[in-house]
Design a protein around this ligand. Structure first.
Ligand code: NAD
Ligand code: IPM
Ligand code: MN
Length: 358
């Protein structure tokens, strides 16, 4: 059966890293794996060409494919636009439209790169952490939001943090299932001491937890979690948290691995349809210079084979190819430390391709 992939390169470094992901998929296609892909528009390029960050043509293609690969969205050029025309809105609309509520953001510390992290090698070597971020609720989507005048004439802005029981239940179940497959430990991160949404979040986590007696559930306030991630990250195995806390903690955890250019993600709906993208953004400072690390994007292709296409063998081949190029000493600029020579985005992609073909 043909697997249909929609590729959305987006803005900034998006097209450059996506080009390397395509090379990797071509290896499998050449081996006879039945993949078929098409390219679509999202983000700033979509605003420029179609007048909307998530145009109707992309919406239809997104509904008619089996998986989506996305580079990144966002550009300085579009920063002043109204909220509904911002490139980032396109990504949020795509996630919401396909109900991609479960965002898996693994942080794996590659042995060869343990020295590239600013943290002490002992505290991070061997780390394998999964941040499970709820992706379609919370303050990102809560209504009402907007701007108004107060009665005494001051301008004010407001967002609404919002979670319903079903929204929390379904992400909780994904968290418990993931913990069950891994170490049996799940840490739920909230701000229960202050927020109503977090009080409900914690109640629901505990209630759902009674269906998973084999998983040990703990709770941590998000401020402490941010600190503990740096102090002793190996105390965690699976972290489950809301949309905004997960956004922030996953960028923080990138520094455990050494660079945000290494962290892939999968965003799944109830039918395991997936959007696969690096956790990083469009890095306008690097765009067009061949300086971006394509490994987060390439590892996202691996996650696509694992979670949507159920081809764990191919996912493992991608993971091992990435490990082998790192073991061979190849480095993009973001992970090159103490005099290590850096190679370009394309050279890194080519190295992964030759490792896959060998
Ligand atoms: P960013 O992730 O783009 O960049 C943060 C830092 O990480 C920069 O120093 C950048 O050079 C570096 N970096 C990012 N990706 C890298 C890679 N592959 N290799 C090497 N270094 C890399 O975040 P930002 O600067 O806060 O945001 C820039 C734009 O991206 C904004 O428009 C923002 O809204 C958007 N954004 C999009 C996504 C997404 O598409 N999923 C995620 C985050 C930010
Ligand atoms: C991410 C990004 C997005 C988010 C932005 C670009 C909407 O930061 O994927 O982590 O906040 O979810
Ligand atoms: Mn983010």
């Amino acid at each position: 059966m043909t697997q249909r992939i929609l590729i959305l390169p987006g803005d900034g470094i998006g097209p450059e890293i996506v080009a390397e992901a395509i090379k990797v998929m071509q290896v499998f296609k050449d081996e006879g794996i039945d993949l078929d892909w098409s390219i679509g528009l999202i983000g700033g390029v979509a605003v420029d060409e179609e007048g909307a960050p998530y145009p109707e043509s992309t919406r239809q293609a997104a509904h008619n494919c089996d998986a989506i690969l996305l580079g990144a969205v966002g550009s300085p050029k579009h920063e002043g636009l109204p909220r509904n025309l911002r490139p980032e809105r396109g990504l949020l609309d795509l996630r919401k439209d396909l109900d991609l509520f479960a965002n898996l953001r693994p942080t794996i510390v590659f042995e060869e790169l343990a020295h590239a992290s600013p943290l002490k090698k002992d505290s991070i070597a061997g780390l394998d952490l999964l941040i499970l971020r709820e992706l379609t609720g919370d303050i990102y989507f809560g209504q009402p939001r907007g701007r108004r005048r107060t009665s005494d004439g001051a301008e004010e802005a407001f967002d609404t943090m919002h979670y319903s029981v079903p929204e929390i239940e379904r992400i909780a179940r994904i968290g418990f299932e993931a913990a069950r497959r891994r170490s049996g430990r799940l840490c739920s991160v909230d701000k229960e001491n202050v927020l109503e949404t977090s009080r409900l979040w914690r109640e629901v986590m505990i209630r759902v937890g009674s269906d998973y007696p084999d998983v040990s559930l703990s709770h941590m306030y998000v401020d402490n979690a941010a600190m503990q991630l740096l102090r002793n990250p190996k105390q965690f195995d699976v972290l489950v948290t809301g949309n905004m806390f997960g956004d922030i903690l996953s960028d923080e955890s990138a520094m455990l691995a050494g660079s945000i250019g290494l962290l892939p993600s999968a965003s799944l709906n109830a039918r395991s349809k997936g959007l696969y993208e690096p956790i990083h953004g469009s890095a306008p400072d690097l765009a067009g210079k061949g300086l971006a690390n394509p490994l987060a994007m390439i590892l996202s292709v691996g996650m696509m084979f694992r979670y949507t296409f159920d081809r764990i063998d191919l996912a493992q081949r991608i993971d091992s190819a990435v490990r082998s190029v790192l073991a061979a000493g190849l480095r993009s600029p973001d992970i090159a430390v103490s005099g290590e020579k850096a190679i370009t985005t394309a050279a890194m992609g080519d190295a992964v391709v030759s490792a896959l073909r060998s």
